[in-house]
Write a protein that binds this ligand. Structure first.
Ligand code: AMP
Length: 529
Protein backbone atom coordinates (compact mmCIF):
# COMPACT_ATOMS: atom_id res chain seq x y z
CA UNK A 1 0.00 0.00 0.00
CA UNK A 2 0.98 3.63 -0.56
CA UNK A 3 3.39 5.14 1.99
CA UNK A 4 1.47 6.98 4.68
CA UNK A 5 -1.50 4.58 4.56
CA UNK A 6 -2.38 1.86 7.07
CA UNK A 7 -2.99 -1.57 5.53
CA UNK A 8 -5.46 -4.10 6.90
CA UNK A 9 -3.68 -6.86 8.87
CA UNK A 10 -3.24 -9.90 6.61
CA UNK A 11 -5.66 -12.09 8.60
CA UNK A 12 -8.45 -9.55 7.95
CA UNK A 13 -7.50 -9.09 4.30
CA UNK A 14 -7.59 -12.85 3.87
CA UNK A 15 -10.99 -13.07 5.55
CA UNK A 16 -12.46 -10.35 3.28
CA UNK A 17 -11.00 -11.98 0.18
CA UNK A 18 -12.25 -15.44 1.03
CA UNK A 19 -15.73 -14.07 1.85
CA UNK A 20 -15.76 -12.74 -1.72
CA UNK A 21 -15.96 -9.10 -0.59
CA UNK A 22 -12.59 -8.11 -2.00
CA UNK A 23 -12.21 -9.19 -5.59
CA UNK A 24 -9.36 -9.05 -8.01
CA UNK A 25 -10.82 -6.09 -9.89
CA UNK A 26 -9.84 -2.44 -10.09
CA UNK A 27 -12.40 0.33 -10.42
CA UNK A 28 -11.29 0.92 -14.00
CA UNK A 29 -12.00 -2.73 -14.72
CA UNK A 30 -15.45 -2.48 -13.11
CA UNK A 31 -16.48 0.03 -15.77
CA UNK A 32 -14.86 -2.05 -18.52
CA UNK A 33 -16.84 -5.08 -17.33
CA UNK A 34 -20.11 -3.12 -17.56
CA UNK A 35 -19.17 -1.89 -21.01
CA UNK A 36 -18.76 -5.53 -22.06
CA UNK A 37 -21.92 -6.85 -20.38
CA UNK A 38 -24.20 -3.83 -21.09
CA UNK A 39 -22.57 -1.80 -23.87
CA UNK A 40 -25.71 0.01 -24.99
CA UNK A 41 -27.30 0.48 -21.61
CA UNK A 42 -27.58 4.14 -20.59
CA UNK A 43 -24.93 4.69 -17.91
CA UNK A 44 -24.96 8.44 -17.36
CA UNK A 45 -27.30 11.36 -17.94
CA UNK A 46 -25.96 14.83 -17.17
CA UNK A 47 -27.12 18.05 -18.79
CA UNK A 48 -27.56 17.32 -22.48
CA UNK A 49 -25.21 14.32 -22.32
CA UNK A 50 -26.48 10.74 -22.42
CA UNK A 51 -23.64 8.22 -22.40
CA UNK A 52 -24.01 4.46 -22.68
CA UNK A 53 -21.61 2.21 -20.76
CA UNK A 54 -19.63 1.70 -23.97
CA UNK A 55 -19.41 5.44 -24.56
CA UNK A 56 -18.40 6.22 -20.98
CA UNK A 57 -15.82 3.44 -21.09
CA UNK A 58 -14.32 4.80 -24.29
CA UNK A 59 -14.30 8.36 -22.92
CA UNK A 60 -12.53 7.17 -19.75
CA UNK A 61 -9.95 5.45 -21.95
CA UNK A 62 -9.43 8.46 -24.17
CA UNK A 63 -9.19 10.80 -21.21
CA UNK A 64 -6.68 8.42 -19.59
CA UNK A 65 -4.62 8.60 -22.79
CA UNK A 66 -4.77 12.40 -22.77
CA UNK A 67 -3.70 12.59 -19.12
CA UNK A 68 -0.75 10.33 -19.89
CA UNK A 69 0.19 12.50 -22.88
CA UNK A 70 0.52 15.55 -20.65
CA UNK A 71 2.58 13.58 -18.14
CA UNK A 72 0.17 12.48 -15.42
CA UNK A 73 0.83 8.92 -14.34
CA UNK A 74 0.62 6.23 -11.75
CA UNK A 75 0.72 7.44 -8.15
CA UNK A 76 0.30 11.13 -9.06
CA UNK A 77 -2.16 12.95 -6.83
CA UNK A 78 -4.79 14.99 -8.65
CA UNK A 79 -7.00 17.38 -6.69
CA UNK A 80 -10.42 17.18 -8.32
CA UNK A 81 -12.89 20.00 -7.74
CA UNK A 82 -15.73 19.55 -10.19
CA UNK A 83 -19.48 20.04 -9.81
CA UNK A 84 -21.94 17.42 -11.11
CA UNK A 85 -20.77 17.43 -14.74
CA UNK A 86 -20.33 14.29 -16.87
CA UNK A 87 -16.58 14.93 -17.21
CA UNK A 88 -16.25 14.23 -13.48
CA UNK A 89 -17.31 10.61 -14.05
CA UNK A 90 -15.06 10.16 -17.11
CA UNK A 91 -12.17 11.75 -15.21
CA UNK A 92 -12.51 9.51 -12.16
CA UNK A 93 -12.39 6.34 -14.24
CA UNK A 94 -9.56 7.76 -16.36
CA UNK A 95 -7.54 8.40 -13.19
CA UNK A 96 -8.39 4.95 -11.79
CA UNK A 97 -7.15 3.40 -15.03
CA UNK A 98 -3.79 5.14 -15.05
CA UNK A 99 -3.38 4.63 -11.30
CA UNK A 100 -3.36 8.36 -10.54
CA UNK A 101 -5.09 9.25 -7.29
CA UNK A 102 -7.99 11.73 -7.19
CA UNK A 103 -8.29 13.88 -4.06
CA UNK A 104 -12.00 14.67 -3.87
CA UNK A 105 -12.38 18.36 -3.01
CA UNK A 106 -15.81 20.00 -2.81
CA UNK A 107 -16.94 22.75 -5.20
CA UNK A 108 -17.41 24.97 -2.13
CA UNK A 109 -13.75 24.80 -1.11
CA UNK A 110 -11.61 27.89 -1.59
CA UNK A 111 -7.92 28.80 -1.50
CA UNK A 112 -7.26 27.84 2.09
CA UNK A 113 -8.53 24.27 1.66
CA UNK A 114 -7.34 23.70 -1.92
CA UNK A 115 -3.80 24.96 -1.31
CA UNK A 116 -3.64 22.69 1.72
CA UNK A 117 -4.80 19.61 -0.26
CA UNK A 118 -2.31 20.37 -3.03
CA UNK A 119 0.58 20.90 -0.64
CA UNK A 120 -0.21 18.04 1.69
CA UNK A 121 -0.59 15.49 -1.09
CA UNK A 122 2.16 17.08 -3.26
CA UNK A 123 -0.41 17.08 -6.03
CA UNK A 124 0.75 17.05 -9.65
CA UNK A 125 -2.53 18.42 -11.00
CA UNK A 126 -5.68 20.31 -10.03
CA UNK A 127 -8.90 19.96 -12.04
CA UNK A 128 -11.58 22.67 -12.01
CA UNK A 129 -14.61 23.87 -13.94
CA UNK A 130 -14.26 27.24 -15.70
CA UNK A 131 -17.12 29.07 -14.00
CA UNK A 132 -19.63 27.44 -11.72
CA UNK A 133 -22.38 29.04 -9.61
CA UNK A 134 -21.04 32.47 -10.54
CA UNK A 135 -17.51 31.72 -9.32
CA UNK A 136 -14.51 31.67 -11.66
CA UNK A 137 -12.38 28.72 -10.57
CA UNK A 138 -9.54 29.83 -12.86
CA UNK A 139 -8.90 32.77 -10.48
CA UNK A 140 -8.77 30.35 -7.57
CA UNK A 141 -6.40 28.08 -9.54
CA UNK A 142 -4.11 31.03 -10.37
CA UNK A 143 -3.89 31.86 -6.67
CA UNK A 144 -3.27 28.22 -5.68
CA UNK A 145 -0.69 27.66 -8.45
CA UNK A 146 1.23 30.72 -7.24
CA UNK A 147 1.26 29.34 -3.68
CA UNK A 148 2.05 25.70 -4.52
CA UNK A 149 5.11 25.54 -6.80
CA UNK A 150 4.96 21.73 -7.09
CA UNK A 151 1.61 21.85 -8.90
CA UNK A 152 2.43 21.08 -12.54
CA UNK A 153 -0.97 21.15 -14.25
CA UNK A 154 -4.26 22.97 -13.90
CA UNK A 155 -6.89 21.28 -16.06
CA UNK A 156 -10.17 23.00 -16.82
CA UNK A 157 -13.47 21.35 -17.78
CA UNK A 158 -14.68 24.09 -20.16
CA UNK A 159 -12.92 27.26 -21.29
CA UNK A 160 -9.34 26.84 -20.03
CA UNK A 161 -8.33 30.51 -20.06
CA UNK A 162 -4.55 30.42 -19.55
CA UNK A 163 -4.60 26.79 -18.36
CA UNK A 164 -5.00 23.41 -20.11
CA UNK A 165 -8.35 22.00 -21.23
CA UNK A 166 -9.48 18.73 -19.63
CA UNK A 167 -9.77 16.78 -22.84
CA UNK A 168 -9.83 13.45 -24.63
CA UNK A 169 -7.20 11.91 -26.90
CA UNK A 170 -8.34 10.51 -30.24
CA UNK A 171 -7.67 6.94 -29.14
CA UNK A 172 -7.61 5.09 -25.85
CA UNK A 173 -4.53 4.46 -23.78
CA UNK A 174 -2.78 1.21 -24.69
CA UNK A 175 -0.37 -0.79 -22.58
CA UNK A 176 -1.23 0.78 -19.25
CA UNK A 177 0.26 -0.91 -16.19
CA UNK A 178 -2.51 -2.39 -14.05
CA UNK A 179 -3.03 -0.63 -10.70
CA UNK A 180 -2.94 -2.95 -7.69
CA UNK A 181 -6.58 -3.79 -6.74
CA UNK A 182 -5.51 -3.64 -3.09
CA UNK A 183 -3.86 -0.25 -3.57
CA UNK A 184 -5.26 3.23 -2.97
CA UNK A 185 -7.72 4.40 -5.64
CA UNK A 186 -8.67 7.83 -4.32
CA UNK A 187 -8.73 10.11 -1.30
CA UNK A 188 -11.99 11.19 0.28
CA UNK A 189 -12.17 14.02 2.78
CA UNK A 190 -13.02 13.41 6.36
CA UNK A 191 -15.48 15.76 8.03
CA UNK A 192 -12.80 15.95 10.67
CA UNK A 193 -12.58 17.66 14.01
CA UNK A 194 -9.08 19.10 13.91
CA UNK A 195 -7.38 22.12 12.44
CA UNK A 196 -7.07 20.66 8.96
CA UNK A 197 -9.26 18.19 7.05
CA UNK A 198 -7.96 14.62 7.06
CA UNK A 199 -7.64 12.55 3.91
CA UNK A 200 -9.17 9.09 3.81
CA UNK A 201 -7.33 6.71 1.46
CA UNK A 202 -9.83 4.31 -0.16
CA UNK A 203 -8.52 1.27 -2.02
CA UNK A 204 -9.95 -0.14 -5.27
CA UNK A 205 -11.28 -3.43 -3.96
CA UNK A 206 -12.64 -2.28 -0.60
CA UNK A 207 -14.29 0.86 -1.97
CA UNK A 208 -15.73 -1.07 -4.88
CA UNK A 209 -17.07 -3.60 -2.38
CA UNK A 210 -18.81 -0.83 -0.41
CA UNK A 211 -20.71 0.09 -3.61
CA UNK A 212 -21.59 -3.55 -4.30
CA UNK A 213 -22.77 -4.05 -0.72
CA UNK A 214 -24.94 -0.91 -0.97
CA UNK A 215 -26.38 -2.12 -4.30
CA UNK A 216 -27.30 -5.43 -2.63
CA UNK A 217 -28.75 -3.79 0.50
CA UNK A 218 -30.85 -1.51 -1.71
CA UNK A 219 -31.83 -4.24 -4.25
CA UNK A 220 -30.42 -2.29 -7.18
CA UNK A 221 -30.77 -3.77 -10.65
CA UNK A 222 -30.58 -2.77 -14.30
CA UNK A 223 -33.89 -0.96 -13.91
CA UNK A 224 -32.42 1.35 -11.24
CA UNK A 225 -32.27 5.01 -12.26
CA UNK A 226 -30.44 6.86 -9.49
CA UNK A 227 -30.50 10.65 -9.29
CA UNK A 228 -27.56 12.39 -7.61
CA UNK A 229 -28.30 16.01 -6.75
CA UNK A 230 -25.85 16.42 -3.85
CA UNK A 231 -22.25 17.14 -4.88
CA UNK A 232 -21.08 13.83 -6.39
CA UNK A 233 -17.62 14.26 -4.87
CA UNK A 234 -18.97 13.37 -1.39
CA UNK A 235 -18.56 9.76 -0.28
CA UNK A 236 -22.31 9.14 0.02
CA UNK A 237 -23.33 10.03 -3.56
CA UNK A 238 -20.19 8.33 -4.83
CA UNK A 239 -20.97 4.98 -3.19
CA UNK A 240 -24.78 4.98 -3.11
CA UNK A 241 -25.07 6.79 -6.46
CA UNK A 242 -22.15 6.10 -8.78
CA UNK A 243 -20.67 2.81 -7.50
CA UNK A 244 -23.88 1.01 -6.49
CA UNK A 245 -25.61 2.02 -9.72
CA UNK A 246 -22.68 0.93 -11.90
CA UNK A 247 -22.38 -2.37 -10.05
CA UNK A 248 -26.02 -3.02 -10.92
CA UNK A 249 -25.68 -1.73 -14.52
CA UNK A 250 -28.32 0.91 -13.74
CA UNK A 251 -28.43 4.53 -14.91
CA UNK A 252 -26.90 7.46 -13.02
CA UNK A 253 -28.57 10.84 -13.50
CA UNK A 254 -26.72 13.97 -12.33
CA UNK A 255 -28.58 17.13 -11.33
CA UNK A 256 -26.73 20.39 -10.67
CA UNK A 257 -28.37 20.74 -7.25
CA UNK A 258 -31.16 19.35 -5.07
CA UNK A 259 -33.82 22.07 -5.49
CA UNK A 260 -37.19 20.87 -6.84
CA UNK A 261 -36.70 23.09 -9.95
CA UNK A 262 -33.51 21.24 -10.80
CA UNK A 263 -34.66 17.73 -9.89
CA UNK A 264 -38.42 17.26 -10.46
CA UNK A 265 -38.27 17.69 -14.27
CA UNK A 266 -35.41 15.17 -14.36
CA UNK A 267 -37.32 12.66 -12.25
CA UNK A 268 -40.24 12.83 -14.66
CA UNK A 269 -38.12 12.78 -17.83
CA UNK A 270 -35.70 10.05 -16.83
CA UNK A 271 -38.05 7.89 -14.75
CA UNK A 272 -35.83 8.20 -11.68
CA UNK A 273 -36.41 5.35 -9.21
CA UNK A 274 -33.94 6.16 -6.40
CA UNK A 275 -32.27 9.19 -4.92
CA UNK A 276 -30.39 10.32 -1.82
CA UNK A 277 -31.28 13.55 0.00
CA UNK A 278 -30.24 15.35 3.14
CA UNK A 279 -33.11 16.23 5.51
CA UNK A 280 -33.23 19.93 4.52
CA UNK A 281 -33.62 19.10 0.82
CA UNK A 282 -36.24 16.46 1.65
CA UNK A 283 -38.24 19.15 3.43
CA UNK A 284 -38.13 21.36 0.31
CA UNK A 285 -39.22 18.43 -1.87
CA UNK A 286 -42.16 17.64 0.40
CA UNK A 287 -43.34 21.25 0.35
CA UNK A 288 -42.94 21.55 -3.44
CA UNK A 289 -44.61 18.19 -4.16
CA UNK A 290 -47.86 19.60 -2.75
CA UNK A 291 -48.32 22.10 -5.57
CA UNK A 292 -45.87 21.04 -8.26
CA UNK A 293 -47.35 19.33 -11.31
CA UNK A 294 -44.36 17.11 -12.18
CA UNK A 295 -45.00 13.37 -12.21
CA UNK A 296 -42.84 11.82 -9.50
CA UNK A 297 -44.53 8.41 -9.62
CA UNK A 298 -41.42 6.62 -10.95
CA UNK A 299 -39.72 7.21 -7.56
CA UNK A 300 -39.65 3.91 -5.74
CA UNK A 301 -37.82 5.20 -2.71
CA UNK A 302 -36.15 8.30 -1.32
CA UNK A 303 -33.11 7.80 0.89
CA UNK A 304 -32.42 10.41 3.54
CA UNK A 305 -29.14 10.69 5.42
CA UNK A 306 -26.05 12.78 6.03
CA UNK A 307 -27.57 14.25 9.18
CA UNK A 308 -30.31 13.15 11.53
CA UNK A 309 -33.83 13.02 10.09
CA UNK A 310 -36.21 13.99 12.85
CA UNK A 311 -39.07 11.52 13.47
CA UNK A 312 -41.77 14.06 12.67
CA UNK A 313 -40.29 14.73 9.25
CA UNK A 314 -39.71 11.02 8.66
CA UNK A 315 -43.41 10.34 9.11
CA UNK A 316 -44.33 12.86 6.41
CA UNK A 317 -42.04 11.56 3.65
CA UNK A 318 -44.10 8.67 2.31
CA UNK A 319 -47.46 10.51 2.19
CA UNK A 320 -45.89 13.67 0.71
CA UNK A 321 -43.71 12.07 -1.95
CA UNK A 322 -45.76 8.93 -2.61
CA UNK A 323 -42.76 6.59 -2.29
CA UNK A 324 -40.94 4.59 0.36
CA UNK A 325 -38.63 6.24 2.87
CA UNK A 326 -35.23 4.73 3.49
CA UNK A 327 -32.81 6.24 5.97
CA UNK A 328 -29.08 5.89 5.59
CA UNK A 329 -25.92 6.85 7.42
CA UNK A 330 -22.34 6.74 6.33
CA UNK A 331 -18.92 8.26 6.65
CA UNK A 332 -15.97 8.85 4.36
CA UNK A 333 -13.95 6.49 6.58
CA UNK A 334 -16.20 3.61 5.51
CA UNK A 335 -19.04 2.16 7.57
CA UNK A 336 -22.47 2.84 6.11
CA UNK A 337 -25.94 1.56 6.82
CA UNK A 338 -29.24 1.53 4.95
CA UNK A 339 -32.73 0.25 5.70
CA UNK A 340 -33.75 -2.86 3.82
CA UNK A 341 -36.93 -3.00 1.74
CA UNK A 342 -38.69 -5.30 4.21
CA UNK A 343 -37.70 -3.43 7.39
CA UNK A 344 -40.83 -2.66 9.42
CA UNK A 345 -42.10 0.90 9.23
CA UNK A 346 -41.54 1.64 12.92
CA UNK A 347 -37.84 0.73 12.52
CA UNK A 348 -37.50 2.87 9.37
CA UNK A 349 -39.01 5.88 11.11
CA UNK A 350 -36.76 5.84 14.17
CA UNK A 351 -33.41 4.43 13.07
CA UNK A 352 -30.85 5.46 10.45
CA UNK A 353 -30.13 2.05 8.92
CA UNK A 354 -28.39 -1.29 9.25
CA UNK A 355 -24.71 -1.75 8.25
CA UNK A 356 -24.48 -3.10 4.71
CA UNK A 357 -21.91 -5.87 5.13
CA UNK A 358 -22.27 -9.07 7.19
CA UNK A 359 -18.61 -8.48 8.15
CA UNK A 360 -19.12 -4.96 9.50
CA UNK A 361 -18.20 -5.01 13.16
CA UNK A 362 -19.70 -2.29 15.34
CA UNK A 363 -19.27 -1.64 19.02
CA UNK A 364 -20.98 0.95 21.21
CA UNK A 365 -18.70 1.99 24.05
CA UNK A 366 -18.51 4.28 27.07
CA UNK A 367 -15.74 6.78 27.80
CA UNK A 368 -13.43 3.98 28.93
CA UNK A 369 -13.96 1.99 25.74
CA UNK A 370 -16.12 -0.59 27.55
CA UNK A 371 -19.16 -1.95 25.73
CA UNK A 372 -22.34 -0.31 27.04
CA UNK A 373 -25.35 -2.39 28.06
CA UNK A 374 -27.18 -3.34 24.83
CA UNK A 375 -29.59 -0.57 23.87
CA UNK A 376 -27.73 2.13 25.82
CA UNK A 377 -26.16 5.17 24.17
CA UNK A 378 -22.40 5.23 23.61
CA UNK A 379 -19.77 6.05 21.02
CA UNK A 380 -19.95 4.02 17.81
CA UNK A 381 -16.74 2.16 16.89
CA UNK A 382 -16.49 0.51 13.48
CA UNK A 383 -14.23 -2.00 11.77
CA UNK A 384 -14.83 -4.03 8.64
CA UNK A 385 -14.11 -4.82 5.01
CA UNK A 386 -14.57 -1.24 3.78
CA UNK A 387 -13.71 0.82 6.89
CA UNK A 388 -10.20 2.23 6.67
CA UNK A 389 -7.53 1.57 9.28
CA UNK A 390 -6.03 5.05 9.23
CA UNK A 391 -5.93 8.50 7.60
CA UNK A 392 -3.25 9.43 5.10
CA UNK A 393 0.01 10.67 6.60
CA UNK A 394 -1.48 11.23 10.06
CA UNK A 395 0.19 8.82 12.52
CA UNK A 396 -0.53 10.83 15.66
CA UNK A 397 -4.13 11.48 14.77
CA UNK A 398 -4.52 7.81 13.83
CA UNK A 399 -3.24 6.72 17.23
CA UNK A 400 -6.09 8.68 18.83
CA UNK A 401 -8.82 7.97 16.30
CA UNK A 402 -8.32 4.23 15.84
CA UNK A 403 -8.20 1.66 18.64
CA UNK A 404 -5.21 -0.66 18.95
CA UNK A 405 -7.29 -3.43 17.38
CA UNK A 406 -8.27 -1.31 14.40
CA UNK A 407 -11.71 0.11 15.20
CA UNK A 408 -12.44 3.61 13.90
CA UNK A 409 -13.78 5.90 16.62
CA UNK A 410 -16.61 7.59 14.72
CA UNK A 411 -17.24 10.31 17.32
CA UNK A 412 -20.98 9.56 16.93
CA UNK A 413 -23.19 8.75 19.88
CA UNK A 414 -25.60 5.99 18.94
CA UNK A 415 -27.65 3.17 20.34
CA UNK A 416 -28.42 -0.12 18.66
CA UNK A 417 -31.90 -1.59 18.33
CA UNK A 418 -32.12 -5.34 19.06
CA UNK A 419 -32.29 -5.78 15.27
CA UNK A 420 -28.84 -4.15 14.88
CA UNK A 421 -30.25 -0.95 13.37
CA UNK A 422 -28.32 2.14 14.41
CA UNK A 423 -30.02 5.16 16.00
CA UNK A 424 -27.97 8.39 15.98
CA UNK A 425 -28.29 10.27 19.26
CA UNK A 426 -25.61 12.97 19.07
CA UNK A 427 -21.84 13.09 18.94
CA UNK A 428 -18.74 13.44 21.02
CA UNK A 429 -16.64 14.90 18.21
CA UNK A 430 -16.25 18.66 18.03
CA UNK A 431 -17.91 19.02 14.68
CA UNK A 432 -20.94 20.88 13.37
CA UNK A 433 -23.20 19.13 10.87
CA UNK A 434 -24.62 22.00 8.83
CA UNK A 435 -26.95 20.51 6.23
CA UNK A 436 -24.64 17.44 6.12
CA UNK A 437 -21.59 19.60 5.37
CA UNK A 438 -19.26 18.94 8.26
CA UNK A 439 -17.44 21.81 9.96
CA UNK A 440 -14.48 21.06 12.20
CA UNK A 441 -14.95 23.69 14.90
CA UNK A 442 -11.22 23.87 15.59
CA UNK A 443 -10.38 24.70 11.98
CA UNK A 444 -12.68 27.74 11.96
CA UNK A 445 -11.68 28.80 15.48
CA UNK A 446 -8.02 28.82 14.40
CA UNK A 447 -8.86 31.18 11.54
CA UNK A 448 -10.99 33.44 13.74
CA UNK A 449 -8.29 33.69 16.41
CA UNK A 450 -6.16 35.48 13.81
CA UNK A 451 -8.74 38.32 13.69
CA UNK A 452 -7.47 41.30 15.70
CA UNK A 453 -10.80 41.80 17.52
CA UNK A 454 -11.06 38.16 18.65
CA UNK A 455 -9.44 37.24 21.96
CA UNK A 456 -11.08 33.86 22.46
CA UNK A 457 -13.63 32.00 20.38
CA UNK A 458 -15.68 28.82 20.44
CA UNK A 459 -17.73 27.67 17.47
CA UNK A 460 -20.83 25.74 18.50
CA UNK A 461 -23.71 24.12 16.63
CA UNK A 462 -27.21 25.38 17.38
CA UNK A 463 -30.29 23.40 16.32
CA UNK A 464 -31.91 24.49 13.05
CA UNK A 465 -35.07 23.11 11.49
CA UNK A 466 -33.80 23.09 7.90
CA UNK A 467 -30.06 22.53 8.16
CA UNK A 468 -30.07 20.42 11.31
CA UNK A 469 -27.52 22.79 12.81
CA UNK A 470 -26.13 26.25 12.24
CA UNK A 471 -22.77 27.51 13.42
CA UNK A 472 -22.59 30.16 16.14
CA UNK A 473 -19.30 31.88 16.95
CA UNK A 474 -19.11 32.77 20.65
CA UNK A 475 -16.43 35.45 20.86
CA UNK A 476 -14.64 37.07 23.77
CA UNK A 477 -13.59 40.33 22.09
CA UNK A 478 -10.32 42.16 22.21
CA UNK A 479 -11.33 45.83 22.37
CA UNK A 480 -14.34 46.80 20.22
CA UNK A 481 -16.43 43.68 19.53
CA UNK A 482 -16.46 42.62 15.87
CA UNK A 483 -19.68 42.28 13.86
CA UNK A 484 -20.66 39.01 12.19
CA UNK A 485 -19.99 40.58 8.76
CA UNK A 486 -16.42 41.45 9.84
CA UNK A 487 -15.76 37.81 10.71
CA UNK A 488 -17.25 36.35 7.53
CA UNK A 489 -15.38 38.89 5.38
CA UNK A 490 -12.19 37.92 7.22
CA UNK A 491 -12.79 34.21 6.59
CA UNK A 492 -13.57 34.85 2.93
CA UNK A 493 -10.32 36.76 2.59
CA UNK A 494 -8.45 33.84 4.10
CA UNK A 495 -9.93 31.54 1.44
CA UNK A 496 -12.22 29.52 3.69
CA UNK A 497 -15.23 27.74 2.15
CA UNK A 498 -18.46 29.66 2.78
CA UNK A 499 -20.31 26.74 4.39
CA UNK A 500 -17.89 27.07 7.32
CA UNK A 501 -18.76 30.72 8.00
CA UNK A 502 -20.60 31.26 11.30
CA UNK A 503 -24.30 31.99 10.83
CA UNK A 504 -24.50 33.83 14.11
CA UNK A 505 -22.23 35.75 16.47
CA UNK A 506 -22.59 36.01 20.23
CA UNK A 507 -20.30 38.28 22.18
CA UNK A 508 -19.50 36.92 25.65
CA UNK A 509 -17.37 38.15 28.52
CA UNK A 510 -15.81 34.72 29.02
CA UNK A 511 -16.19 31.16 27.73
CA UNK A 512 -17.73 28.76 30.25
CA UNK A 513 -15.49 25.84 31.18
CA UNK A 514 -16.04 22.28 32.35
CA UNK A 515 -14.71 21.12 35.75
CA UNK A 516 -11.62 19.94 33.85
CA UNK A 517 -11.06 23.44 32.50
CA UNK A 518 -12.07 22.74 28.88
CA UNK A 519 -14.40 25.15 27.10
CA UNK A 520 -17.93 23.83 27.65
CA UNK A 521 -19.56 23.90 24.23
CA UNK A 522 -22.57 22.21 25.77
CA UNK A 523 -23.08 25.17 28.12
CA UNK A 524 -22.63 27.64 25.26
CA UNK A 525 -25.10 25.78 23.04
CA UNK A 526 -27.54 25.75 25.95
CA UNK A 527 -27.15 29.53 26.43
CA UNK A 528 -27.95 30.38 22.81
CA UNK A 529 -30.36 27.63 21.62
P1 AMP B 1 -19.01 12.41 6.14
O1 AMP B 1 -17.73 11.68 6.36
O2 AMP B 1 -18.85 13.83 5.72
O3 AMP B 1 -19.94 11.62 5.27
O4 AMP B 1 -19.72 12.53 7.58
C1 AMP B 1 -19.97 11.40 8.35
C2 AMP B 1 -20.74 11.80 9.57
O5 AMP B 1 -22.02 12.32 9.20
C3 AMP B 1 -21.07 10.66 10.49
O6 AMP B 1 -19.98 10.30 11.31
C4 AMP B 1 -22.23 11.25 11.28
O7 AMP B 1 -21.76 12.14 12.26
C5 AMP B 1 -22.96 12.06 10.23
N1 AMP B 1 -24.10 11.33 9.64
C6 AMP B 1 -24.15 10.68 8.47
N2 AMP B 1 -25.38 10.17 8.24
C7 AMP B 1 -26.13 10.49 9.31
C8 AMP B 1 -27.50 10.25 9.69
N3 AMP B 1 -28.34 9.59 8.90
N4 AMP B 1 -27.92 10.73 10.88
C9 AMP B 1 -27.09 11.42 11.71
N5 AMP B 1 -25.79 11.70 11.40
C10 AMP B 1 -25.33 11.23 10.22
Amino acid sequence: MLDGCTPWPEEFAERYRSAGHWRDETLGELLAARARSHPDKLALVAGAHRWSYAELDSRADRMAARLREIGIGSGDRVVVQLPNVPELVALLFALFRIGALPVMALPAHRGSEIAYFCEFTEAAAYVIPDVHAGFDYRDLAADVAARVPTLKHVLVAGDPGGFTRLDYADAGAAGLPRPDPGGVALFLLSGGTTGVPKLVPRAHQEWSYSGRAVAEACDYGEETVHLVSLPLCHNWPLTHGLLATFHAAGTLVLAPGPSPDETFPLIEREGVTETGLIPGAALLWMEAAEWDEYDLSSLRRVTIGGSKLQNELARRVQPALGCRLQQAFGMAEGLCGFHRWDDPEDVVLVSQGLPVSPDDEVRVVDEDDRDVTPGEVGQLLARGPYTVRGYYRAPEHNARTFTADGYYRTGDLVRLLPTGHVVFEGRVKDQINRGAEKIAAEEVENHLLAHPAVREVALVGLPDEVLGERACACVVPRGTPPALGDLTAFLRERGVAAFKFPDRLEIVQELPVTPLGKVSKKALAGMFS
